[in-house]
Design a protein around this ligand. Sequence first.
Ligand SMILES: C[S@@+](CC[C@H](N)C(=O)[O-])C[C@H]1O[C@@H](n2cnc3c(N)ncnc32)[C@H](O)[C@@H]1O
Length: 225
Amino acid sequence: MREGYEGTGPGAITPDGCAVELYTRLSVGEEPDIVSAAVPAGARILELGSGVGRVTHPLLERGFTITAVDESAEMLERVRGARTICGPIEDLDLGETFDVVMLASFLVHAGDVEVRRGLLKTCARHVAEDGCVLIQREGPDYHTNVPRERLDPTGFTIRIVSAEPVGDGVDSIHAEYVFPDATWTQTFLARPLTKEQFEEALGDAGLRVDRYLTEDGMWVRAVKG
Ligand SMILES: C[S@@+](CC[C@H](N)C(=O)[O-])C[C@H]1O[C@@H](n2cnc3c(N)ncnc32)[C@H](O)[C@@H]1O
């Protein structure tokens, strides 16, 4: 387990506290639409932190070719139809480039600045000269609107219970996923980033914002340079 990260509930738990079975139950949202609208048809995508393939599978159905990376073998076992690579994203060096590199699920908000730098450098190292990096950021009130909860239409409740400062600008986030037959929790470290801090972090990795893809600024298309 990564320090500051924890998960509880049935089944395997990843080093960042995610429950494998939980992710098999979560349905996909608008992600495939956002990605499809931002990249060329049939693009070769490197998906970083793919989990069980919640987003991978709908993208494969749309005709993209995907290499899925995750440090959890138990997560990757559930991925079908994509090349899979098991290991930390920070250390990835495949010696090849992709039309699109995806870093979703707020991974860019890693509590550890060195990990964040590593993640973004991996994005820069693997994106083709004329390719793009798609990054998903937290919404603006992610750390302040707590506690909050949402009843998912598929019949479970997601609750962000607390966001407690643990120093150096990092919060420990505690989340609960309550299903009729099971409950999972995840505790993880997240560093809020203003737009300026986010853009500076991109710049440090040799990337820059091409455009914000959604009005809330949560999805970003970045390019080299
Ligand atoms: C919150 S889950 C999201 C999975 C998937 N992106 C989705 O939206 O369903 C985050 C995933 O990223 C993986 N992960 C987190 N940090 C990682 C790292 N530094 N290197 C490799 N995998 C990582 C975890 O194992 C987990 O499967």
